[in-house]
Design a protein around this ligand. Structure first.
Ligand code: ADP
Length: 435
């Protein structure tokens, strides 16, 4: 219930197992303060009398297991208390996963590998964050695997990644992303190149398994995999592929019985498939909202996030100093493929890009692939060239201008010149730098 003002804010008294949901108005900021009791935001505990600021468009739930009073200052689009939340079910899910970790510890086995699936806007990312927070608060070291190329919580859009979680997410900023392992996908929908998407999923699974072999805590902690909201056709096949690549033990299906039944039918019987309701608090985001969120993520990469400002560099790069590739040749009918070539080959092919004006505003991934390797690959056999697909990314740049006369392009880069590597992979994604 909303009550009197406190320091200009609106005060809410929350009973146990209820949550305060609010949305920040566009262009506004809202401050949240815990006045008494205990409360958490998506599994991260609030500190009493600390002011948390949420920016334009944020959609937040403050949940309490006990009871609490909080205050909100600033313009909210909506702010209401709900008693009807699936949090108890989510907590039980966490408890079951924790039991699996304890058992793994006892039996010298590996901990649970969990895949979270469902259509868009059912709270998949939020459930991942919750489960990871609860695990890390118990001293576990789970890994977040981010396969949502549209709305990545870890890196810029158009990438897949993995991140070891070592502390709970910051209430305002989410998980600290210090050394994520990131791979270039290049677009915001897995459907643009499903072969590449599945290949990168396999790469991440392999790297994660290797880490588990040498790091017992990582192995026991297991992983939580966030997936895309595309759950039909090839999107569904990609989920099945992911389950097998990671050898997942548990699949949490949010809000879609049909998907639940399909996965139960198609995954091996030892995989526990669990249907969970979505929270009524999850807000649907339209196309514009998603585009803005993506843009914001790229802006943060270059300019930092609220408290922390970064100062990106602008410099010229000579065409002759870099090799730019696009992954995947346009697909052609099977009947037209050269003898001995399959559709896989075209989707995983590195196609050299001749720099031109149309590069402007594109985001480019700087591949970690060794430069010599790239050179050999450019003229060498396809197998060698694939090294680039499977190499992680060491950073991103944006092309801000192209001078075809002088054969140079101007780029925005988080680090000063020179580029750390010279193999660049082009994304479909554009970013217009307004600073
Ligand atoms: P998905 O990953 O399925 O697309 P998200 O987890 O990103 O969905 O949730 C969509 C939006 O809803 C996010 O902005 C998130 O902060 C918000 N949200 C999630 N759960 C709640 C809740 N209980 N109350 C209010 N907002 C919520």
């Amino acid at each position: 219930s909303a009550g009197g003002a406190s320091g200009g804010g609106v005060r809410f008294e929350l009973e146990k197992e209820t949550e305060l949901r609010f949305e920040v108005e566009a262009g506004e900021k809202v401050q949240l303060e815990l006045l008494s009791g205990l409360a958490e935001v998506f599994g991260s505990e609030l500190t009493r009398n600390k002011k948390y600021t949420f920016g334009s468009g944020s959609k937040i739930a403050v949940f309490t297991w006990h009871s609490c009073s909080v205050s909100l200052t600033g313009k909210t689009e909506v702010a209401y208390v709900s008693r009807d939340t699936p949090m108890l079910l989510y907590l039980n899910t966490h408890a079951a996963l924790e039991q699996m970790r304890q058992q793994a510890e006892r039996d010298n086995e590996r901990g649970p590998r969990v895949m979270v699936v469902g259509p868009t806007d059912v709270g998949k990312s939020t459930v991942c964050r919750l489960l990871l927070n609860y695990a890390v608060r118990l001293g576990r070291r789970p890994t977040l695997v981010e396969l949502d190329v549209g709305q990545s919580g870890v890196s810029v859009p158009g990438t897949v990644s993995a991140l070891c979680i070592e502390r709970p997410a910051d209430v305002e900023e989410g998980f600290s992303v210090q050394a994520p392992l990131v791979y270039h996908f290049g677009s915001t929908s897995p459907g643009t190149n499903i072969k590449l998407y599945n290949k990168l999923t396999s790469c991440l699974a392999e790297v994660f398994s290797q880490r588990c072999e040498v790091n017992r805590k990582a192995s026991v902690g297991g992983c939580v995999i966030n997936t895309c909201g595309w759950v039909k056709g090839s999107g569904y096949q990609a989920l099945v592929h992911c389950a097998s690549a990671f050898e997942v033990d548990v699949v949490l299906v949010l809000d879609q019985e049909r998907l639940y039944n399909e996965l139960k039918r198609d995954l091996p019987h030892f995989v526990k498939v669990v249907l969970l309701p979505k929270s009524g608090g999850v807000v649907e985001r339209n196309k514009d909202c998603r585009r803005e969120a993506r843009d914001e993520k790229i802006r943060e990469y270059f300019y930092g996030f609220r408290g922390v400002s970064f100062y990106p560099h602008a410099f010229d790069v000579r065409f002759s100093d870099v090799r730019i590739y696009k992954i995947g040749a346009p697909s052609i009918p099977d009947s037209c493929l050269p003898l001995g070539m399959s559709q896989d080959d075209t989707q995983l092919k590195l196609v050299p890009v001749t720099p031109g004006r149309d590069l402007t505003h594109h985001v480019l991934s700087v591949s970690c692939a060794e430069d010599e390797g790239a050179e050999a690959g450019a003229s060498g056999p396809a197998a060698q060239r694939r090294g680039i697909l499977e190499s992680p990314v060491c950073g991103f740049i944006v092309v801000t201008a192209v001078d075809t006369q002088a054969q140079v392009m101007t780029v925005l880069s988080p680090a000063p010149r020179p580029l750390p590597r010279h193999t660049l992979l082009i994304m479909d994604i554009r970013f217009i730098d307004l600073k």
